[in-house]
Structures are given as structure tokens and as C-alpha cells.
Design a protein around this ligand. Structure first.
Ligand code: AMP
Length: 204
């Protein structure tokens, strides 16, 4: 498996690999992205992490935190400069793994345009599907274990609603491009990861 992955990594590097993870909050995107990043050696671009890294006490940080803590999407004028800056860095020239971006059809179109200028396109969109009852349970458990300001009952339901209304349509956008892989996220972490590798053609 290790050698298969290293051959796969080399091929991906040659081809340049742009992968988008889409799934509702609690679907396990962060966990699966970290595993895939380690296996493939491509950078992980998490807009949630980058936004959380904005100094909370700075004027900009306070604005960002108001969106995150309320479970609402930050506006594009805050998100896009962070994404563009990260994509201009050296390690992102041959691809990256997007986690939590694009979150709206507008962001997906901006990303398409950015990639078109580089004459590349999204290679695969991994859609992590998880039953909504399971999601709620996972998010509430995570709220108890971690100290995330946006993991509480009120913001959890706001975030699930934002996902349903603003992010789920992004899947339609990519289905039109024919590159969505459906992954059953309602399985153990290892099985989900195995399905991802199979879907990407890195494992039989
Ligand atoms: P995440 O860690 O991906 O669950 O993101 C946490 C929060 O960061 C979200 O609930 C939004 O408030 C904000 N956020 C993350 N990514 C984006 C994005 N692409 N567009 C707008 N807001 C975002």
C-alpha cells in the first residue's frame, strides 16, 4: 500500500492535483483531509483554520469571529484575499486539498476562474455524506470535547442550515463538471479513508 501511495503521489505531483472536500459540519472533512494530505504530500487549505488564525483581538479578527461564532459564512471580501494569498505560495503551485472552500456557488466560480487562468481544473470533488441525526450527535460530542466557540447547540443548527442552503448547491455546480465522488461518511474513519483512496484511483 505504501509503495502504491508513493507512486500515486508522484503521479499526482506530475499531473497537479486539485481536490475539493465537501460535507456538512461534523462529516469528518478535517480528519480525512489531514490523512490524505499526509499520504499525498499536497498542501491542506482549510479556510476555517485560516480564518480562526486571524488574531481574535485585532479589529479584523473581531469581525471574523462574529461570523464564525454566529455560525454564519464570512463574506467573500474576508475569505478570498486569504485564499488567493495561500494559493500564490510556492507549495500550492501543483495542487492542493481544499477543506471548507468553496462554500458557496460564487466561491466555486471564483475558484474555477482562478484555476482556468492556470489552465488547470478541479480533479475531484469528494462529497462526504453523513446522516443528519449522526451529524448532530457528533457535533454535540465535539462541543463537549473541544473548546470551539461555534460548537454549541445554537450555532450547530445555524451551520447545518447554512450548509443546506448555501453549500449543498456547490455540489450541483461540480456535478455539472462531472467530477464528484460520493463517499459514505457514515462509516469508521478507516473505511471512509479507504473509500477515498479507491475513489481517487489510489487503491484497488
Ligand atoms: P470550518 O472550520 O470549515 O467548519 O469553518 C468554521 C467557520 O469559518 C464557518 O462556520 C464559517 O463561519 C467560516 N468559514 C470557513 N470557511 C469559509 C468559507 N469558505 N466561506 C465563508 N466562511 C467560511
Amino acid at each position: 500500500m505504501a509503495s502504491l501511495l508513493s507512486v500515486g503521489s508522484f503521479l499526482l505531483w506530475l499531473l497537479a492535483m486539485w481536490i475539493v472536500f465537501i460535507g456538512p459540519p461534523g462529516a469528518g472533512k478535517g480528519t480525512q483531509c489531514s490523512r490524505l494530505v499526509k499520504s499525498l504530500g499536497v498542501p491542506h487549505l482549510s479556510t476555517g483554520d485560516m480564518l480562526r488564525d486571524t488574531e481574535r483581538e485585532s479589529p479584523l479578527g473581531k469581525v471574523v469571529a462574529s461570523y464564525i461564532d454566529g455560525g454564519r459564512l464570512a463574506p467573500d471580501y474576508l475569505v478570498m484575499p486569504i485564499v488567493n494569498k495561500r494559493l500564490s505560495e510556492n507549495d500550492c503551485q501543483s495542487g492542493c486539498l481544499f477543506d471548507g472552500f468553496p462554500r458557496t456557488v460564487d466561491q466555486a466560480e471564483l475558484l474555477d476562474e482562478f484555476l482556468r487562468q492556470r489552465q488547470v481544473r478541479i480533479d475531484a470533488v469528494l462529497h462526504l455524506r453523513v446522516d443528519s441525526e449522526v451529524l448532530l450527535g457528533r457535533l454535540l460530542r465535539r462541543a463537549e470535547l473541544q473548546n470551539r466557540q461555534d460548537d454549541n447547540k445554537e450555532t450547530i443548527s445555524a451551520r447545518l442550515e447554512v450548509y443546506r442552503t448555501q453549500t449543498a448547491p456547490v455540489l450541483q455546480h461540480y456535478r455539472g463538471q462531472g467530477n464528484v465522488l460520493e463517499i459514505d461518511g457514515d462509516q469508521s474513519e478507516d473505511f471512509v479513508f479507504a473509500d477515498i483512496l479507491t475513489g481517487l484511483g489510489l487503491r484497488k
